[in-house]
Design a protein around this ligand. Structure first.
Ligand SMILES: [Zn+2]
Length: 455
């Protein structure tokens, strides 16, 4: 780890101090947690922690050289880490909806269309919160990305759904802990969506000092994200990465605070915890910064760590999985039925069973899609100006996705185009009127602009 300085020591001191202020005087009943856990799986609480803009390979438990995520990686020692989790979209809205519905973007309808509209969740679909609420869970969510709006349907099933625009990670954790204090005697489902690693990168002090940026790079303006040429010419990419990594350390600190609370209050051993992200972030690996329209692994490969008291203990699973698998996995843990999900439960993998390999489809726009297997990635993109590009990468021999084999490997390309066509036939050509509802685009385009998605 580089730049271990007084800033790092300050972070540690800060952590201890803040955690101690959260200590609550416990009665013996409070310490016990649920006494029914061994008799009835349904008494497990569920906490879903999603982090905006966090690629897997920026965490040390996924091989990163910097120690950005001590708490998350310590958590992984108690659970199962999925080495190859692929998001179902390189931008927030479709990806998060896939996470909480178990459905592909084309199926849940929250996807950008050629007319630039974004759909809202089809009325006929159910969210994880709706199903858990039907099973007597107390559902609550605190999200720090304003794109996760109620108009779209992200709040469906939640009794408490609080959107805090770009709220700092520690504040988000604190609000959730306040809610937990009030509701800990209920069987709860808590979802937090942290926003800090998303552009703009600006972790609070002392986290801002852990990995250092070159001063002139820190002063580049907010449109930096769209200015790959300038970042390249001024040699600022390492500085951007340093600032982004500081945000990861800060978010990890806030998650650590949540975990410490659960342990101190006797809730940890009776709670299923899932840590993941909506998508990653590009840092010029393919001449792009940010995410949104990038289908390379820097934008698609995200962390997935599942802690369940009965499974794993530092186990790592290499099989490719995706965000849509989270909901069916939680439902199987809790023995709750659901029909017609696109994702599949990961419980068989966690029980070391052999399962069929599945391609993962990622899509943020009706006309931009990728299909990925362990060996290949196929990408088909059409732009507003009519430009059309198809790509095929051999992930075994070219994991950095540099050589486009689309024209050379005709049979492989045709195979993936078949999957692509089937996917559209299944979900797009059979849509009903109810499945095509959309939202107030003027308002949403303004939000997208403020987050740097539109210039
Ligand atoms: Zn996002």
């Amino acid at each position: 780890m580089e730049n271990i300085t007084t800033a790092t020591l300050l972070v540690v001191a800060f952590s201890v101090l803040s955690i101690s202020t959260m200590m609550i005087i416990k009665t013996p009943e409070m310490v016990t947690g649920s006494v029914f856990a061994e008799e009835d799986d349904k008494d497990y609480n569920v906490i879903l922690l999603s982090i905006d803009t966090l690629r897997a390979d920026h965490l040390q438990c996924y091989g990163y050289g910097r120690e950005t995520a001590a708490s998350i990686c310590e958590l992984a020692e108690d659970g199962v880490l999925f080495e190859t989790c692929i998001t179902n979209s390189p931008w927030t809205m479709p990806a998060v909806m896939s996470m909480i519905t178990g459905l592909y973007p084309l199926n849940h309808n929250v996807i950008r269309r050629p007319d630039s509209e974004v759909g809202s969740l089809s009325h006929s679909k159910k969210t994880l919160a709706e199903l858990l609420k039907g099973d007597d869970y107390a559902p609550a969510s605190f999200v720090a990305n304003k794109l996760l709006a109620k108009d779209i349907g992200y709040n469906r099933g939640f009794d408490t759904y609080i959107i805090l625009d770009d709220e700092k990670a520690e504040n988000l954790t604190n609000l959730a802990l306040e809610w937990l204090e009030e509701n800990r005697d209920e069987k709860f489902f808590l979802w937090l969506h942290y926003m800090d690693p998303h552009w703009h990168y600006g972790a609070p002090y002392p986290f801002s000092e852990i990995f250092t940026a070159i001063p002139h790079c820190s002063q580049l303006d907010d449109r930096l994200k769209h200015n790959a040429e300038r970042v390249k010419s001024e040699k600022c990419v390492d500085s951007l990465i340093a600032r982004h990594d500081n945000e990861i350390v800060y978010t990890d600190y806030a998650i650590g605070k949540m975990i410490r609370y659960l342990k101190d209050e006797g809730l940890y051993d009776n709670t299923i915890i899932i840590v993941t992200a909506d998508h990653g972030e590009g840092f010029l690996e393919h001449d792009h910064l940010g995410h949104g329209n990038i289908y390379y692994d820097e934008a698609l490969r995200i962390p997935l760590i599942i802690i369940h008291p009965d499974y794993g203990k530092g186990e790592r699973i290499e099989d490719q999985v995706s965000l849509i698998d989270i909901m069916p996995t939680v439902l199987e843990f809790l023995d709750i039925e659901a029909e017609n999900l696109d994702g599949e439960s990961l419980v068989p993998l966690m029980e070391n069973e052999t399962v069929d390999k599945r391609p993962v489809i990622s899509q943020g726009h009706l006309r931009r899609i990728s299909v990925r297997t362990d060996e290949w990635k196929f990408v088909d993109k059409t732009w507003e100006n009519g430009t059309h590009r198809k790509e095929l990468y051999d992930l075994v021999n070219d994991s950095s996705e540099k050589t486009n084999l689309y024209d050379e490997m005709v049979d492989v390309s045709e195979y993936f185009e078949g999957i692509f066509r089937e996917h559209f036939e299944m979900y797009h050509h059979n849509r009903t009127e109810d499945d095509t509802n959309s939202i107030d685009m003027e308002k949403f385009n303004e939000m997208l602009r403020s987050l740097g998605y539109m210039t």
